[in-house]
Write a protein that binds this ligand. Sequence first.
Ligand SMILES: NC(=O)c1ccc[n+]([C@@H]2O[C@H](COP(=O)([O-])OP(=O)(O)OC[C@H]3O[C@@H](n4cnc5c(N)ncnc54)[C@H](O)[C@@H]3O)[C@@H](O)[C@H]2O)c1
Ligand SMILES: O=C(O)C(=O)C[C@@H](O)[C@H](O)[C@H](O)COP(=O)(O)O
Ligand SMILES: [Zn+2]
Length: 374
Amino acid sequence: MSPAISTTETQRVAIDLGERSYDIHIGADLIGHAGTFAGLPTANTGVIVTNEVVAPLYLASLRAALSGRHARVLDVVLPDGESHKHWQTLQTIFDRLLEAGCDRKTVLYALGGGVVGDMTGFAAACYMRGVPFVQVPTTLLAQVDSSVGGKTGINHPLGKNMIGAFHQPLSVVCDLDALRSLPDREFSAGMAEIIKYGPIADMAFLGWIEDHIEALMARDPAHLAHAVRRSCEIKAQVVGADERESGLRAILNFGHTFGHAIEAGMGYGAWLHGEAVGCGMVMAARLSQALGLVDEAFVERLKRLVVRAGLPVVAPVLDPARNAERYLELMRVDKKAEAGEIRFVLIDPPGRASMRPASDAVVAGVIARSCQPA
Ligand SMILES: NC(=O)c1ccc[n+]([C@@H]2O[C@H](COP(=O)([O-])OP(=O)(O)OC[C@H]3O[C@@H](n4cnc5c(N)ncnc54)[C@H](O)[C@@H]3O)[C@@H](O)[C@H]2O)c1
Ligand SMILES: O=C(O)C(=O)C[C@@H](O)[C@H](O)[C@H](O)COP(=O)(O)O
Ligand SMILES: [Zn+2]
C-alpha cells in the first residue's frame, strides 16, 4: 500500500549533526520560494552556482526567490557533466568569487545535480577557508543522496572523488517539480541510489519500491515524494551517526567500489554515476553471495529491480587483455582501501551491510560473471 503523502505539503527531514544540523525540505514549487526556508542567512551576496543545462530552466526562478534575501545575487554557469568535475572547473568558481569581491559571509547556492552540488560544496569548503552554502538539488540522484551529508569534492583521473572535504550545507531544498524536466536516463540513475537504501538499511522500503516501481518510473508525484523522503531519512540517520565515515557511513558506498572503478575505467561521463552504482550493486551482491552472506534469490531479486529501473546490469570490459586486473587496480585506489587491501560493502544479511575484504580470486570470478550478458 502506498503511504498517504500530500504533495502539496512540504515535508521536512532533519539531520542531526549538533551545531551543523540542518533541514531537508521536500515538496512542490520550492525553488521559487527558496528564500523563505529557515536556516538561510541574510548576507550581502548570494552566488548561485549552476550549469549550462540547468540555468535556462531554473536560474531565473531561484534568482528571483533570493533577491529579497541578498543585496546582490550573482551566478556562475559551469559546463555540464561529470567530465567537468575537476580542478579547472572549480577554478572558474574561485575566479568569479574573487573578481566579484565576495567576502566570507557570501552564501553559495548549488543549483543542479550531484556534479554541481559536489563542486559547489567543495568551493564553499575552500573559499576563504569556508563559506556557507545551500543545496538546491534538481536531479533525483541529488535529491535522494548527494545533496545530503556534506561529502563534497572533485574527481582525479586516477580515482573518483579523490580530492574533497566534508562541508555540510546550511539547508537542502528539494523541489520535486524540477524532476519533470529530467531526461529518462538521468531519472533511472537516481533510482539506483534509492534502491541502494533497501539492501543496506530497510528491506521494507525495498519491497515498497518493487511494488511501486511503475508509478515511480512514471514520476507520480506522491510516490516520488515518499521515495525522496524515505531516502533522505535513511541517509540523515546514517550520516547523523557517523558524519565523517569512521565506520557505519561506509554502508552508503554499497555498489560504489565496483561502480567507481567503472566510472574511472570507462572515462568520467561514459557511464553515469547511478548506472555504475546500479551495476556495481549487483556485482557487490554477487560477491556477498560468493562469500556465503546472501543467497542467489536475493541477488536475482536485486538484479530484477535494477533492470526494472532502467539500469544496466552487465558490467563493461575495462581492458580486454587484463580485465579483472584492471578492475582490481582501480578498486585499490578506493577511499575505503587500507594498505592496498580493498574493502567491500557487502550485504549481510539483506537489510544490513558490513565492510569486508575478499580474495582477488573471488573478486575476479565475480567480475568475469558480471561482464557476461545474463
Ligand atoms: N556527495 C555525495 O554524497 C554524492 C552522492 C551521490 C553522488 N554524488 C556525485 O553526484 C554526481 C552525479 O550526480 P547526478 O546524477 O545528479 O549528475 P549530474 O549532476 O551530472 O546531473 C545529471 C544531468 O542532468 C542535468 N540536469 C540537472 N537537473 C536537471 C533538471 N531538473 N532537468 C533537466 N536536466 C537536469 C545536468 O545538467 C546533467 O546533464 C557524481 O559526480 C557523483 O559522484 C555525490
Ligand atoms: O554519502 C556517502 O557517504 C556516500 O557514500 C554516498 C554515495 O552515493 C556517493 O556517491 C559518495 O560521493 C561516494 O563517496 P566516496 O567517499 O566513495 O567518494
Ligand atoms: Zn553514489
